[in-house]
Design a protein around this ligand. Structure first.
Ligand code: TMP
Length: 257
């Protein structure tokens, strides 16, 4: 059955199609990896399948704890069905430990814990290279309303608490991650803020708690190799892969110590 409609948009790692019902979207996870605003590019076979499965798991868990999301269901190995939302043009970055751009920008040592969790915003604009912006810019230019920004902060804090615990339970440190939000319009004209896009090792920094090994897209950004093995390890620890095959398991296995 072909459930997909017209192709609406092709991004760096995903393609969006019209869904089978009005107001829905099919999200296709590609194997393409890019970094530094598309300057670095590689096809990494298997990445899309892993991100699809991991993001499905995380969005489902977040939905269960009361975070509204655009996710409806996974359709197959590479595709998910989402509600069609209007994307708020912000990358919302939550950081627990200094790494990546904040370490460079503020002269911090990678791996140093931050005094508290920090939320940063980048304006989603490829031509400008997604510049860091302040809440002032966001509300002054109308990218999000003060109410939406308030929703975003509340959800981001809850998501960070939940995911930090989820990953810690399987021996993984959630260093930082990126969220995107959208506006969901209901037929009666109401609008609400919902979590959109994906949460996967492409959009998080995940370090093994014992060894410090990177289990995320920094393996590609920093030419470390072994990206698919690392993403597979994340999926395995979350209980999404059984021994040899692709069988599904109900959830994460607790790691002690
Ligand atoms: P950064 O340290 O490069 O600013 O990245 C912070 C987090 O956001 C990290 O977990 C990777 C994620 N991220 C994205 O998902 N997309 C992006 O385009 C960038 C720059 C970072």
């Amino acid at each position: 059955m072909n459930h997909k409609g017209r192709r609406l948009y092709e991004g760096k790692a995903k393609i969006l199609y019209e869904g089978p019902e009005p107001g829905t979207l099919v999200v296709h996870f590609k194997d393409d990896a890019t970094a530094f605003n598309g300057e670095k590019f590689e096809v990494i076979e298997g990445k899309g399948v892993l991100n699809n499965r991991i993001s499905e798991f995380i969005f489902t868990r977040l939905g269960e704890m009361g975070i509204p999301t655009s996710f409806i269901k996974r359709l197959n190995m590479r595709e998910q069905l989402h509600k069609r939302v209007e994307i708020i043009p912000l990358e919302v970055i939550v950081r627990n430990i200094a790494a990546g751009s904040i370490a460079k920008r503020l002269g911090l040592k990678e791996g140093d814990p931050l005094p508290r969790s920090i939320i940063e915003y980048c304006y989603k604009n490829d031509e400008l290279g997604d510049p860091l912006v302040a809440e002032e810019h966001i509300t002054a230019f109308g990218w999000a309303s003060p109410q939406e920004l308030d929703d975003i902060v509340q959800y981001a804090i809850r998501i960070n608490d939940y995911l930090s615990g989820l990953f810690a339970g399987v021996g993984i440190r959630l260093v930082d991650f990126k969220l995107e939000f959208g506006r969901e319009y209901s037929p009666d004209g109401m609008v609400r803020t919902v979590l959109a896009d994906e949460i996967s090792p492409d959009s998080c920094r995940l370090w093994d708690m014992k060894t410090g090994e990177k289990l995320d897209k920094d393996r590609f950004r920093r030419d470390l190799g072994g990206l698919v093995d690392a993403y597979t390890e994340v999926a395995r620890r979350l209980g999404l892969i059984t021994g040899g095959g692709n069988g599904m398991r109900p959830g994460p296995k607790l790691v002690k110590g």
